[in-house]
Design a protein around this ligand. Structure first.
Ligand code: ZN
Length: 555
């Protein structure tokens, strides 16, 4: 630990915590914590070779180091505060420690980053610890605009922090992560090298060695490329990635780690779906002139089970899937890879979707709720992003649905992926030689209906919620979803197939035509919460929001 908890850091920028601010008491903290249901994530170590098992334990240790770096990145008082809480054995102290660990800091992710501990800024600082606490946007911009191009790129880059130069000038200066977090990155690099020596998988060995080098050289390019080529029973993601924590500029990458084991069964299932993608594109409910006769290579998707997540990957609502890397140079050369965390999805299903289903489905349909159907639809959703219109022509211009639909693109594209996913699975049920179980349709649509309420619970401000309300109301108006007198909802299996086809046709056509007006109209008509839906949502308030993986307990 190289940082000390100096008094100056308690008061950051213009925001200082009022000493008198009322912080949650023990009962309130327990309620806030109960929104995260404790779960033990399930994974199978027995499929690993002895060498990989040794590597796994070293990689978990490396991920623990990442937790410490991330806490430093979020706020410079974090680590000292954490150790102070560890020493407080009172019930309130222990509750604070637990909630701190869930958020990896003293601000509550589910409550707009409001402080839940005294003596810290009331809100999480916008620039985290990536910039000097007293720096303004204007000061940064004025400084960076005067820098030579190469220095400007560094200052605005993913892997540097901005500090004040020592001495009188107090001017801004750029410090690479390799220097700022040197001691921790060196320990993490040592652990990666030891793990590389333990594994016999060549692609993993290569990735770990290059990543260890990157931690010390600050050049992540070669190791990002090696990550794209990683194909191993131990699937590892470790390093600085997402920039959401830099709310000032969105430049700086936060450290995270996902230590996972590949799920071979789902990997096989994905391959079999992917083998039918062109056939499904050819049969989409869309005018033939809009179809793509030759799909490009699909982006790789990996299905894994999480052993340990750390840092930016382990606070607030848990990541169930991610797309990386973000470095455009790597994406240009190799594309990007989607990683799906199956056991995290399973845990969310158990603590969240099961109790939702108990309230929104009639008793007779409870047996049709299925994790397998749920996960299969998630895979189909991801593959569906790769089919349908991508390059389109509007008034002779070559463009894309994203460019034409602008801010409406996200809800439309997410809904398109959901509905095309349903269409894809129904198509495979109807045409695949390998017969699906007789009740496959029931499991798929009933599970989809229940899972709609998962997104709807969080309102319409978010793309998924609005897109889901639109789908739900459209399917209801076609008679495929039915509101029962007792407040539950059912699927009408005689109507759902055609209704899904119609909805998919409408969404795909909006994208193919780049029709902004039609998208706007569709979202305005259907992207609303109607009374029966609102009554159902009101009955879900006590259900946990997310999970608290006990595997990762720091203590
Ligand atoms: Zn999606």
């Amino acid at each position: 630990m190289k940082k000390s908890f100096v008094a100056r850091a308690v008061c950051l920028g213009t925001v200082c915590a009022a000493a008198a601010a009322v912080m949650p008491d023990l009962a309130q903290l327990q309620q806030m914590t109960a929104r995260f249901a404790p779960v033990k994530l399930q994974y199978d170590e027995s499929t690993l070779s002895p060498g990989d098992r040794n590597a796994l334990h070293k990689l978990v240790d490396a991920a623990r180091v990442i937790n410490a770096i991330f806490m430093d990145q979020a706020w410079r008082g974090n680590r000292a505060l954490y150790h102070q809480l560890e020493r407080d054995t009172s019930p309130l102290g222990q509750a604070r420690l637990h909630y701190f660990w869930l958020n990896k800091g003293p601000w509550s992710d589910l409550d707009g980053h409001a402080a839940f501990l005294p003596g810290v800024p009331e809100r999480k600082p916008l620039g985290a610890d990536f910039y000097p606490p007293d720096m303004t946007r204007q000061e940064f911009e004025a400084w960076v605009n005067k820098l030579p191009e190469a220095d400007r790129q560094q200052a605005e880059g993913f892997f540097t922090v901005i500090r004040r130069a020592p001495g009188k000038s107090h001017s801004l200066t750029t410090v690479p992560y390799s220097r700022e977090y040197h001691d921790d990155l060196r320990s993490a690099a040592d652990l990666l090298r030891q793990a590389a020596a333990d594994t016999s998988n060549a692609s993993l060995k290569r990735y770990l060695n290059l990543r260890a080098e990157a931690f010390l050289s600050n050049d992540y390019y070669a190791s990002d490329l090696a990550w794209m080529d990683l194909d191993a029973p131990l699937d590892i993601t470790i390093g600085p990635y997402e920039t959401y924590n830099d709310e000032l500029f969105g430049y700086k990458a936060a450290f995270e780690a996902y230590i996972t084991i590949r799920d071979d069964r789902e990997t096989e299932r994905l391959k079999s779906f992917a083998g039918h993608l062109q056939e499904i594109e050819d049969n989409l409910p869309l005018d033939a002139k809009y179809k793509n006769p030759k799909l490009g290579a699909a982006a790789p998707i990996r299905v894994v089970n999480e052993v340990y997540a750390a840092g930016d990957g382990a606070h607030g609502v848990r990541t169930a899937a991610f797309n990386l890397p973000n470095d455009e140079r790597v994406v240009q050369q190799k594309g990007s890879k989607r990683v799906m965390l199956k056991n995290v999805q399973q845990a969310k299903f158990d603590v969240n979707l099961k109790p939702i289903a108990a309230r929104v489905l009639p008793a007779s349909a409870q047996g049709d709720l299925s994790f397998d159907a749920f996960f299969m639809h998630i895979l189909a959703h991801e593959l569906s992003h790769g089919i349908g219109p991508h390059q389109i022509t509007v008034n002779g211009r070559v463009t894309s649905p994203r460019q034409e639909l602008k801010e409406l693109y996200s809800p439309i594209e997410e809904a398109k992926a959901d509905v095309t996913g349903l269409f894809m699975l129904q198509y495979l049920f109807d045409h695949n030689e390998a017969n699906p179980p007789a009740n496959a349709m029931h499991l798929l649509y009933t599970t989809f209906l229940a899972s709609a309420f998962r997104s709807l619970r969080f309102g319409l401000t978010e793309a998924h919620g609005k897109g889901m309300a639109m789908q739900f109301n459209y399917l209801t108006d076609k008679g495929a979803f039915v509101a029962n007198p007792d407040g539950t909802f059912s699927v009408d299996y005689s109507k759902i197939k055609d209704a899904v086809r119609d909805l998919d046709h409408d969404l795909l056509t909006i994208e193919a035509e780049g029709n902004y007006a039609a998208a706007k109209d569709m979202l305005a008509t259907y992207g609303v919460i109607r009374p029966p839906m609102q009554h159902a949502i009101d009955r879900l308030s006590s259900i946990p929001v997310d999970i608290d993986p006990v595997n990762e307990s720091a203590r």
